[in-house]
Design a protein around this ligand. Sequence first.
Ligand SMILES: Nc1nc2c(c(=O)[nH]1)N[C@H]1C(S)=C(S)[C@@H](COP(=O)(O)O)O[C@H]1N2
Ligand SMILES: [Mo]
Length: 201
Amino acid sequence: MSTRGFTGRRPGADAARRLPPGQSETDDFPVLSLGPAPRIDTANWRFTLRHGSRPLKIWNWEEFNALPRTTWRGDIHCVTTWSKFDTVWEGVTFDDLLAAAGIAAPTAYLLAQSYDDYDTNVPVADLVNGQAMVATHFNGAPLEPEHGGPARLLVPHLYFWKSAKWVSGLKFTERDEAGFWELRGYHMRGDPWREQRYSDD
Ligand SMILES: Nc1nc2c(c(=O)[nH]1)N[C@H]1C(S)=C(S)[C@@H](COP(=O)(O)O)O[C@H]1N2
Ligand SMILES: [Mo]
């Protein structure tokens, strides 16, 4: 039997250590989207790596699912102050995507682009060495449309708005170009441990 009910939302020692500043733990999985979840038929789904407007590599759903798969377990942190512990994700790491495409990252920055026209910028340095994946499964089941299925970016060490849902591709850019929320006052990097919520943080 868990003792959580006796402690309520007051974090214990373990939770306190795992919570970035200003965050509290939730057991729910809140849905935060600009609009309704786009329904994407995997028969039409494509995932594209681009350098600027030039496509470098395109996978369809079947090809994407033949790529090497990785499972990651850990904590996620939303800028709206909830954190969720011990989430389990499965997908293809950024490193494995580049390896499968046979390329090295052509620039130091990219924009993750989504089927709902959302985008968000992430430095390549925050994606390499197993730090990020394009996830197709959450807690052992195919990712629900509300949470970004068929596939979303997962960059769990940054605030969760960087984890673009319904991701359609990654566009390498010469400079660090602001995405949807970054154009509206949110931080260009978004490290929860440094509390980089807004552009001036
Ligand atoms: N394509 C897309 N990705 C998105 C969003 C969105 O509106 N569209 N919202 C972002 C925000 S602000 C957050 S906090 C997380 C929320 O993910 P969740 O709904 O799975 O909790 O998705 C991010 N990714
Ligand atoms: Mo968010």
